[in-house]
Design a protein around this ligand. Structure first.
Ligand code: ATP
Length: 313
C-alpha cells in the first residue's frame, strides 16, 4: 500500500539554453506533473507509486530509471511496443521567455486505459493524486482518471486534483467539461487563480471557492506564483506569501508546491503547516534548474525553513 498513487504521462525533456532553431548544447531529463509530485513525495520519505504507460524505448527506460532511483514505486507501469514515450522540448524564445514544444500525440500515454491503471489503484493508497493534464491526452486516459478517482474515493482514500490547465492540449471549455465530473470524488482541489473558473461557476475567486466547497471539496488551495497562495475550507481562509528566492527556473514550482501540501497532509499538519511546507517546496523548485532535481529530502527540509539569506554552516 502506498501513501500516494499518481497516474499520468511521464516524458523525456530536452532543454536548450537558447532558441531551439539555433541548435547547440542541450540537457536530457524527465518531466511529467504527476511524476514530479511522486519524486517530491518520495524524497520526503513518503511511499509514492507512479503509474502510466511508456514506450518500450530508450526514453521510457530513462523515465523508469529516474523514478526508481528516486524510490518511486513503478510496479504497475505499462510498456508499449507500438507507441513511443512522449517528448517535451524546452527552449528559450526571443525575449528570454521559456517555451515548450510537445511531442505527445499518439504517445504510449495517450491511450492509457482504466483496465491498465486498475491494478495500481487496487494495490491501495491513502491518497490518489491526479492532474488536469492526463485527462487531456485522450478519451481513454480521461475515462481512466475518472474511474480511478471513483474507485479510490469509494475505498476511503482522499483524492487530490491539480487543475493544471494546459492550453496546448485542449481548450478551457473542453477542460471544464472533462474535469467537473471528477469533483464529487475530490477532497483537495489545487488550482492557479486563473483556473478556478474551469471547475466552478461564479463570479470571481470567492464565489468559485464557495461553489467548490458546496460541491463537497474539503480543501481548496489557490496558487499565485511569486504572489504566494491561499487556503480555504469550510471553517477558515488565509493567504500565505511566497518565499523570496532567486528565480532560476519556474517550471515545476506548482508540482513541488502540491507535493509539499500533500506531504503535510500525510504528516497530519494543520492547514498552516501544510501551506508552509507547500511554499517551501515551491520556492526550492524555483531556485534550482529542472522540474524536480532541486527538491529537498526530508533531512533537508528544516534548512529550507531558515530565514531568507542565512548560510548553512
Ligand atoms: P507550474 O505549472 O509552472 O509548475 P503553477 O502555475 O502551477 O506552476 P505557481 O503558482 O507558479 O504554480 O507556483 C506555485 C507556488 O510555488 C506558489 O504558490 C509559490 O508558493 C511558489 N512559487 C512560485 N513562483 C515563485 C517565485 N518566483 N518565488 C518564490 N516562490 C514561488
Amino acid at each position: 500500500r502506498a501513501d500516494v498513487l499518481t497516474i499520468g504521462e511521464a516524458m523525456v525533456t530536452v532543454r536548450c539554453a537558447g532558441p531551439l532553431r539555433l541548435g547547440g548544447d542541450s540537457r536530457v531529463s524527465t518531466a511529467g506533473a504527476e511524476a514530479n509530485v511522486a519524486i517530491a513525495l518520495s524524497r520526503l520519505g513518503h511511499t509514492a507509486r507512479w503509474t502510466g504507460a511508456l514506450g518500450n524505448d530508450e526514453p521510457g527506460e530513462l523515465v523508469l530509471r529516474t523514478l526508481r532511483a528516486e524510490g518511486v514505486l513503478t510496479d504497475h507501469v505499462v510498456r508499449r511496443a507500438d507507441a513511443p514515450t512522449g517528448l517535451l522540448l524546452r527552449d528559450v524564445a526571443a525575449g528570454g521567455r521559456a517555451r515548450v514544444h510537445y511531442y505527445r500525440r499518439d504517445s504510449a500515454a495517450s491511450t492509457l486505459s482504466w483496465n491498465e491503471v486498475r491494478p495500481a489503484v487496487e494495490a491501495g493508497q491513502a491518497g490518489l493524486h491526479l492532474t488536469g493534464i492526463t485527462p487531456a491526452l485522450g478519451p481513454a486516459p480521461l475515462e481512466a482518471v475518472v474511474a480511478a478517482a471513483r474507485r479510490a474515493h469509494r475505498s476511503g482514500a482522499w483524492v487530490s486534483l491539480d487543475v493544471n490547465h494546459r492550453s496546448l492540449l485542449w481548450s478551457r471549455e473542453e477542460a471544464a467539461r472533462a474535469l467537473r465530473p471528477l469533483l464529487p470524488y475530490v477532497t483537495v482541489l489545487i488550482a492557479s487563480d486563473d483556473e478556478l473558473d474551469l471547475v466552478a461557476d461564479g463570479d470571481g475567486e470567492r464565489d468559485g471557492v464557495a461553489a467548490l466547497l458546496d460541491a463537497g471539496v474539503e480543501e481548496v488551495v489557490v496558487k499565485r506564483g511569486a504572489a504566494g497562495a491561499s487556503y480555504h475550507d469550510a471553517r477558515t481562509s488565509f493567504d500565505v506569501p511566497a518565499r523570496r528566492v532567486p528565480v532560476v527556473d519556474v517550471v515545476g514550482a506548482g508540482d513541488a508546491f502540491t507535493a509539499g501540501y500533500l506531504s503535510g497532509r500525510l504528516d497530519g499538519l494543520d492547514a498552516y503547516g501544510r501551506l508552509e511546507r507547500a511554499t517551501l517546496l515551491g520556492a526550492a523548485s524555483v531556485a534550482c534548474a529542472g522540474d524536480w532535481e532541486g527538491l529537498p529530502t526530508r533531512a533537508e527540509l528544516p534548512a529550507l525553513a531558515l530565514p531568507d539569506g542565512e548560510t548553512l554552516r
